[in-house]
Structures are given as C-alpha cells and as structure tokens.
Design a protein around this ligand. Structure first.
Ligand SMILES: *Cc1c(COP(=O)(O)O)cnc(C)c1O
Length: 329
C-alpha cells in the first residue's frame, strides 16, 4: 500500500508502521458472474490483507500517525475487524491497544484480537455502546481514539482501495462499485481518491457510480438515501450476521450520502439468508473466502441488476471486505 506514499500522510524519509497491507488481487469471477448474469464482474479480495480484512489499510495509517506523534495508548470501538487490525498494528508499533467490542462479535474475531495482545473489553450492546465506553476511556486516560472518522487518517488509508483499483484496471475506472457499508470509511475514502486522481490528471471521464449495500436488519444509510435525507436516523435494534454492517448510527452519514448522490449511485438492502448464500457462491464457485459482508456485496449487485440500476454488460467491481474464516465458529 505504501507504494502510494505520495498520496498518503507520510513525510519524506519517514517509515510507516506496516505489516504488508494492500496490494490485494482484483479477481475475475466468471462462474459467479455467469450464474447471476454479469458479463464483466470482478472482486477486489481484501480478505488477504494482514489481519484478514481491509481495516488493515486504515489502521496502518492511523497507528503510524498516532505513534509518530508520541501516543502510548490507542483505543477503538469495533464491530470486530477494526479491533483485530488495531491490536496487530499497535503490537507492530510497540504501543498499547484497548478495544471495546460487542459480546456478540464472532468468536474467531475476538480470539484474534486477544492473540495480538490487545486489551479486549466485551460490551453488552452494539458498536454505539462500545463507542461511548471508548470515549470515556480516552477522556479518563488520554488514550488516542482511533474510531471511524474521529481521526483523519483511516480515511486516507482507505483511499488506496481506489488507487489500486485504478492501477489494476490500467486507469480506466469501472462503471459501478458495490460496497458493503457500515461506518463508511471505504466509501468516503474511495470517493475522495477518485477526486484526487481526477485532479491530478491520472484518470479522465466519469467516475464510478458508488452503491451501498446494507443488511435488512441494519440499514440506516439505505433508509436515508431512499427518503432523500442528507443524514441518517439511528436504526433501532440493529441485527445481522454481517457484523461489519451492524452500525446503527454512522458518524460519516452526510459524507456517505453525498458520495452516493454525487456519483449517481444508490443504496440497497439484502437479507441475511441472501448474503450468506452469496458468500457461499463466492467460496464454492470461485475459491474466494468471502465474509458475510462480501456476500452482501454480491447479493446487493444482483438486486441492483434486477432493479435495472446496473446493466448486465457493465464493468462492476465488488469488494470482499474481509475473510470468511473469521466468522466461522
Ligand atoms: C468494517 C467492515 C465493513 C464496513 O466498512 P466501513 O468502511 O466501515 O463501511 C465491511 N466489511 C467488513 C468485513 C468490515 O470489517
């Protein structure tokens, strides 16, 4: 990822905190495409990042900047994968990590947080409740809060999703990007990167239409998009097996809604059975270890094609944001 260091907040000669994140494959998926009627479908497989998800990109940058500024303790609320990434990158930086996660987080994710030495606190509630506990800990101890959009650098790391995609497609951007959305750093980061690429003259023509996919049991962004609102209302009782999408009240709601509308994209929900079946298609037909969120992206693309929002012959890129094994009991 740091081959794009000129696009990232890193000074000349400064060494990043890194575990080799980024540089993930962009895979053609002809069998899945054939089954669901797509001619040019690709999957950017983020499961192969260190710590098993694309959270590695953002946390590598956030931990780099915090550690270089002298932070000794970092804290994060998490639906799961951000906690694994913070635990590992804090170990690499030699700083302390404190992680608040819902008690309902999949067991392998909790085991990975502990394995890298992060101090894990289980919360009887959702990520919003974890956020309150994390902010209280930060206020009490002076720890740096690296929550989504409460510091500026995770977004910068997520920009590299778009930079890699552009380079892998030889600087011809896809027609549509379908992204499983929780807190929205990936969506906001990619949209920022496309604007920066266009401003630098590295790409021309129209930018991809950005589509959000959320689970039917937690869809505040889809609800706000469909209502024509410019902010989300908190989703009561969020529930889905796709833990990364269980974000009832995203802080980046306005930025996400703006990116969806500016890009000419949209938003769609999928049910848990549909996202699980789609993840299984990616696993059994293509050998891609899709997380439930990656399954949601495929199920969402199929739903968008059925609605006529995406054409069968368009260049479509899905993100498999994390590894399926982290969710298996
Ligand atoms: C965090 C996460 C998401 C949601 O990403 P945002 O950038 O917060 O919208 C999706 N999938 C997985 C596997 C995640 O860990």
């Amino acid at each position: 990822m740091w081959r794009y260091r000129e696009w990232l907040p890193l000074a000349d000669g400064e060494a990043p905190v890194t575990l080799g994140e980024g540089g993930t494959p962009l895979l053609s998926v002809p069998r899945v495409g054939g089954k669901h009627g797509f001619q040019k479908l690709r999957v950017k497989d983020e499961a192969v990042n260190p710590t098993g998800s694309f959270k590695a990109r953002g946390l590598a940058v956030a931990v780099t900047r915090a550690a270089r500024a002298g932070a000794k303790t970092l804290v994060v609320p998490t639906a799961g994968n951000a906690g694994v990434a913070l635990s590992a990158y804090a170990a690499q930086a030699g700083v302390r990590a404190r992680i608040y996660a819902p008690a309902s987080t999949p067991a392998p994710i909790l085991a990975q947080i502990r394995a890298f030495g992060g101090e894990l606190v289980l919360v009887d509630g959702n990520i919003g409740d974890c956020g309150k506990a994390a902010r209280a800990f930060a206020a009490e101890t002076g720890a740096v809060d690296v929550s989504t959009l409460r510091e500026p650098y995770r977004i910068e790391g997520k920009k590299t999703l778009a930079l890699e995609l552009a380079e892998q497609l030889d600087w011809a951007l896809p027609d549509a990007i379908v992204y499983p959305t929780g807190g929205g750093t990936g969506l906001i980061g990619m949209w920022k990167a496309f604007a920066e690429l266009a401003a630098a003259g590295w790409v021309s023509g129209s930018r991809p239409r950005m589509y959000t996919v959320q689970a039917a049991g937690c869809a505040p962004v889809v609800q706000a998009f469909e209502a024509g609102a410019d902010a989300c209302t908190s989703w009561p009782g969020p529930s889905t097996i796709a833990a990364g999408l269980r974000v009832p009240s995203p802080l980046g709601d306005r930025l996400m809604l703006r990116a969806l509308r500016e890009s000419g994209g949209g938003a769609v929900t999928v049910t848990d059975p549909d996202l699980a079946a789609a993840a299984r298609d990616l696993q059994t037909l293509e050998g891609i270890d899709a997380s439930p969120e990656g399954g949601a992206a495929l199920a969402g693309a199929v739903a968008l094609k059925t609605k006529g929002a995406i054409g069968a012959d368009e260049n479509v890129v899905l993100f498999n944001t994390g590894a399926g094994w982290l969710y298996r009991a």
